[in-house]
Design a protein around this ligand. Sequence first.
Ligand code: ADP
Ligand code: MG
Length: 233
Amino acid sequence: LEEQLRKSDTLNVVGELAAGIAHEIRNPMTSLKGFIQLLEGNMKDDYSMYFNVITSELSRIESIITEFLILARPQAIKYLKKDISIIMSDTIELLSAQAILVNVQMKLKVEEQLPLIYCEPNQLKQVFINVLKNAIEVMPNGGQVDVEIRRRDEEHLTVSIKDRGFGIPEDKIKRLGQPFYTTKERGTGLGLMVSYKIIEEHNGIVEVESEEGKGTTFHITLPVFQGKKSNNE
Ligand code: ADP
Ligand code: MG
């Protein structure tokens, strides 16, 4: 528990810093992009390769900033009673075009009569996007991602996202969720950090099961809605 608390302290500081810096970087980025587009329109074709690199590096910076802002954004947090399976099926739909491109199918299985949860739906959606994207990215030759939602016990339900990718070495599992930990050439190493923080704020936990060469399952356990918080829908 102490370890968990320390981790969350670090995340809070990072979050506060991130909000400030991210906003400051975003504006000059926008004008940079605009001028580069202008330049590109006036250049000979020989240079198009350079422009591709510039554009892709710029979008990498943008995605880092976007992930930081999600993490730091304090406004518009509204907890609601929700059916988690709907949040998940919306997310799967959102990512399906991207998955089809690499031949990945996402299959959703939901236990019947699942209780509602009390959550910030946009944030949970962000978590599902991050974890599903990782799953898709570790299956370059396609395959199936299984998403299962079931009741864990009286008070919790578990969302399991199982890929058939290359897995994670055991000694690296504890590095998941650390800022900037990435093994991808174009990764940000922020997706899981954001996700872990959001799940923590929902009083949930993330467990990772992985076998090298076989695949990885992320189990996200969340408390079910219990009381009668009457003024919330
Ligand atoms: P990014 O995707 O930008 O690298 P993430 O925070 O989403 O950042 O993930 C961090 C790292 O965790 C990844 O680079 C990868 O090494 C590892 N990882 C996450 N999900 C999986 C997965 N499903 N299978 C294998 N490795 C994973
Ligand atoms: Mg990722």
